[in-house]
Design a binder for this molecule. Structure first.
Ligand code: MG
Length: 361
């Protein structure tokens, strides 16, 4: 089997409804966006697809570098192609998602060729996993407590806060939430890189006192040393290396400093399934968990294939809270069943028209 064509199919992504916000300083939910499907065709009649929210960026790198690299190659040679994209990255400095989109499309192709969901190709570990309710940013402590009650009612057993990005206010929220839900609900906090070391330390002490399970990305992940200093100053477990570029290689540096109580992994930010699994296995070698960042069907495969992981991230994006269709009434998510990645599982009326036309080529 060889790759015969690589298409970028631009699609309109409607604005998030209702819109939501993140912490102060960050843009909130996406307005109407220019997304794209990457489509990799082969001479065997099987194609692989993957989605990116940055259509113009993906179009640019595919037109300039990726198409010429992939055409004529064996799509099953994912390890070789993963290394090739890193090599091209040295010149192009690709956006961090590019490596992932290509790798996910190759795994989708491989799964479809094998007639098997990707998590089974990876080697399945489980068929379901608990999801945690990962909040957007709400307006007040009272609203967060109300949303937390709704999440527990919806079946979730764990809640992660994305809050205001104000260390003192977020500390008061964390204390109030622990007081409200009692000792048995797992609580986590995600700072989306909003703090410097001083504020991150203040908030980390409050999270430790409130018995939070993990403290995620309080600072930009540029300085591994800053994270190692934070780990010396706070008792709450740090979960690290969600966004830092360099896939498992950068994660290894975080682990080596001793700051990592656990690490993040994902198809989107670790270079697809290939980089995400390397990251998970790296962590496993040190008896660390690799918790999967972000919802979506590709990440659900990771949840089913990684032994050292405990939760699926499920976004609670509104009040009233709504439980996404990939989480059941017990708060669990389940293994995708379609061959490949199974993006098709959410297409009620078939693929977008432009994608259908590309697949029919
Ligand atoms: Mg995060």
């Amino acid at each position: 089997m060889i790759i015969t064509a690589v298409d970028v199919v631009r699609v309109n992504v409607p604005a998030y409804d209702p819109p939501f916000v993140w912490r102060a300083g960050l843009p909130g939910s996406e307005p109407q966006a220019d997304g794209a499907w990457l489509v990799i065709h082969t001479d065997a009649g099987v194609s692989g697809i993957a989605f990116a929210l940055r259509g113009a960026m993906l179009q640019d790198v595919v037109d300039r570098r990726i198409r010429a690299e992939l055409i004529g190659r064996d799509p099953i040679a994912r390890e070789f192609l993963w290394e090739r994209i890193w090599e091209l990255d040295r010149i192009d400095r690709f956006p961090v998602f590019v490596q992932g989109v290509i790798d996910v499309a190759l795994w989708d192709l491989a799964g479809k060729a094998a007639g098997m969901p990707v998590y089974q190709l990876l080697g399945s570990y489980r068929e379901s996993l608990p999801a945690y309710a990962s909040t957007v940013t709400f307006g007040s402590i009272e609203e967060y407590l109300d949303v937390a009650d709704q999440c527990l009612e919806l079946g979730y057993t764990a809640i992660k806060l994305h809050a205001w990005g104000d260390a003192h206010r977020d500390a008061r929220l964390s204390e109030a939430l622990r007081e409200h839900v009692g000792p048995d609900v797992a609580l986590m906090y995600d700072g989306s890189a909003g703090f410097d070391l001083l504020d991150a330390t203040y908030l980390g002490k409050a999270l430790a006192a409130a018995d939070f399970l993990w403290y995620e990305e309080p600072m930009r992940e540029f300085s591994v040393t800053a994270y190692s200093w934070l780990a010396e100053r706070v008792d709450v477990p740090l979960i690290v290396a969600e966004v830092a570029e360099g896939s498992h290689m950068k994660t290894a540096d975080f682990i080596a400093t001793g700051c990592a109580a656990a690490v993040r992994t994902s198809t989107g930010l670790r270079g697809g399934f290939t980089g995400a699994m390397r990251t998970a296995h790296l962590a496993d070698a040190f008896l660390l968990r690799a918790e999967v960042h972000g919802p979506g069907v590709a990440n659900r495969h990771l949840c089913m294939a990684i032994s050292n992981t405990t939760y699926y991230e499920s976004l609670i994006d509104s009040n009233p809270a709504r439980r996404p269709s990939d989480v059941d009434a017990s708060g669990d998510t389940h293994a995708p069943k379609l061959p490949g990645v199974g993006f098709e599982e959410t297409w009620i009326d078939g693929p977008p028209a432009a994608l259908a036309a590309a697949l029919a080529d």
